[in-house]
Design a protein around this ligand. Structure first.
Ligand code: PEP
Ligand code: MG
Length: 578
């Protein structure tokens, strides 16, 4: 049994068999073998080398006879398979180091490649890629590694991976995934956000699980405390079954308050809304009795099929579906926020050094006005069927906001001429997720109908940490005084211009911060639908007066550690089941 600590990304406990989705080239398992098992390792290697040779033969046969260069490369690869480093040397090392053969091969090849790449001889240097290719082929056979399809999984499994891309998350066979454990990622990476939307327990930032866990290992993903337990003993399994039952009971009890208002003990009503990525999630939003959709991340409609982004009818239908399902409740749709970690071909091809600071969101839309216009047309047309609000992501200052507003006016003019109905008083707002926008929110508020604070990016850009990078994840601190002061300023600026201010970043769905958000004066909190009941429970148990007092105390503190400790104790005193 082994426990690996990581970052809790989506609550819940999953217990089950692992399916290792090994896309990482470095994810080669390493384990000890006994002396009795050495011969078995040697036999496995022989079989894998033979299979790799057969693969190459098949490729050769499928080639055109006159593709002489490719034949020569393959010939070199098949000869290389019989190189001593893949055979006798590997046997000897398994015997002396008592490690599994794929690890030995991986290490031997790495050393060899390093030596070749350090030589002055260009011929030898170029050979290193042939060696890597041949070793990869053998290792894939040793691990029986075929590219696993995430769309069709035969049985219920826990998905273990070095990294799962946002687009891969979209392909998951959701009925079969019990939970997710990942080496990479932070709490607000989009993979984590999607795991929460799908309701899978998920722990990220585990650094080595893709190497340490093997297919069919029994594991536990503890998404509550951010850990993974490999090969748990009976006692541990029992403890986690109890923890899972306790969590599920707590969730179902919370469900009882879904019909009650989110009202503080001194009578302030807070609007609790849900974040969605797909129209199908709206049912869950309705079940949880949210007061609307506070953030529809519209780009998820097209991440897999970018061609559809210029299909006005398909977009119109998707938005209309959400609006009609929500009836008279408001639905805030964010315009396309592509780029960063949500790559589409056109942006990926730029090979940007810093995609998170690059061509993304509103910057992309203001340059690709053709695509932006299609979305605005679809949105305005859909506004006729419900209570729509439009919101722009990643606005850095008034220039971008004014340009985007002018586009909305242009589209309104077109639709008017065409006689197409739309909501003429449709509210348009923006996300505050870049420090320059927060610092100029007084100017932005003059032109906006509402402000919505995207803390995931606001933290990323103010503390200067990549939100998906587990190495800097400890610096992701929503209670950093720099952030609290910024939110405070945005709320005051919004209110002095008479417009509502909401929060739609993940901070909003974490119960630890609810009272502080109330103290900061936010009017609306939008979060994953699953987090709504717990947040509502807290809102219904505190007053604005005591939340303001809490805020006043932490604003006097200096370090986020001090603020975190104080807030945690404050919460524990009131909610001791936390
Ligand atoms: C945010 O940045 O806080 C936000 C809500 O947007 P996203 O997570 O999609 O970047
Ligand atoms: Mg954002």
């Amino acid at each position: 049994m082994k426990t690996i600590k990581g970052i809790s990304a989506s609550p819940g406990i999953a217990i089950g068999k692992a399916l290792v989705y090994n896309e990482s080239p470095t994810a080669i398992p390493r384990f000890h073998v006994s002396e009795d098992e050495v011969q078995n390792e040697v036999d496995r290697l022989k079989i894998a080398v033979t299979k790799a040779a057969e693969d190459i033969q098949l490729i050769k046969e499928s080639l055109d006879k006159d593709a002489s260069e490719q034949h020569a490369i393959l010939e070199a690869h098949s000869l290389m398979l019989y190189d001593p480093c893949f055979n006798e040397q590997a046997h000897e090392k398994v015997k002396s180091e008592l490690k599994n053969v794929e690890w030995i091969l991986h290490e031997t090849v790495n050393t060899l490649v390093e030596q070749l790449e350090a030589t002055q001889d260009s011929y030898l240097r170029e050979r290193s890629s042939d060696i890597l290719d041949s070793s990869r082929r053998i290792i894939d056979h040793l691990l029986s590694r075929k590219r696993i399809s995430l769309e069709q999984v035969d049985e219920e499994v826990i998905l273990v991976a070095h990294n799962i891309l946002t687009t891969e998350m979209l392909q998951l066979d959701r009925r079969k995934i019990l939970g997710i454990a990942m080496d990479m990622g932070g709490k607000t990476s989009h993979t984590a956000i999607l795991a929460r939307s799908f309701g899978f327990p998920c722990t990220v930032g585990l650094k080595t699980v893709a190497e340490e866990i093997h297919r069919d290992d029994i594991i536990i993903v503890d998404g509550i405390d951010g850990a993974v337990i490999i090969d748990p003993d009976e006692l541990t399994l029992e403890q986690y079954r109890k923890k899972r039952a306790h969590y599920e009971k707590k969730e179902s009890l919370l469900f009882n308050i879904t019909d009650l208002p989110a009202e503080t003990t001194d009578g302030k009503l807070i609007s609790l809304k849900a974040n969605i990525e797909f129209p199908a999630e709206t049912d869950q939003v309705v079940n949880m009795n949210a007061e609307g959709v506070g953030l529809f991340r519209s780009e998820f409609l097209f991440l897999e099929q970018w061609d559809a982004a210029d299909d006005e009818v398909a977009q119109f239908e998707a938005y209309k579906e959400v609006l009609e399902t929500m009836g008279s409740k408001p639905v805030t749709i964010r315009t396309l926020d592509v780029g960063g970690d949500k790559l589409i071909g056109e942006i990926e091809n730029l090979d940007e050094a810093n995609p998170l600071l690059g061509w993304r969101a509103i910057r992309y839309c203001l340059e690709r006005k053709d695509i932006f216009k299609v979305q605005l047309r679809a949105l305005l047309r859909a506004s006729h069927y419900g209570n729509l609000k439009i919101m722009f992501p990643m606005i850095s200052g008034i220039e971008e906001f004014e340009e985007a507003l002018a586009m909305v006016e242009e589209v309104k003019g077109e639709l008017e001429k065409e006689g197409v109905p739309f909501d003429k008083s449709l509210p348009v707002g923006l996300m505050i997720e870049i420090p320059s926008a927060a610092m100029t929110s007084d100017i932005l508020a003059e032109k906006a109908d509402f402000l919505s604070i995207g803390t995931n990016d606001l933290i990323q850009y103010s503390v200067a940490i990549d939100r998906g990078n587990e190495k800097v994840a400890p610096l992701y601190q929503p209670l950093h005084l720099g952030l609290i002061r910024m939110i405070h300023m945005v709320v005051k600026n919004g209110h002095s211009h008479g417009i509502p201010v909401s929060i739609c970043g993940e901070m909003g769905g974490d119960p630890m911060y609810t009272a502080i958000l109330l103290g900061l004066g936010l009017d609306e909190i939008s979060m994953s639908a699953y987090s709504l009941p717990e947040t509502k429970k807290i809102i219904r148990s505190v007053s604005i007066a005591e939340s303001e007092e809490l805020l006043g105390t932490i604003l006097e503190m200096k370090s986020y550690k001090e603020i975190n400790d104080f807030t945690r104790l404050w919460m524990e005193k009131r909610f001791n089941d936390k």
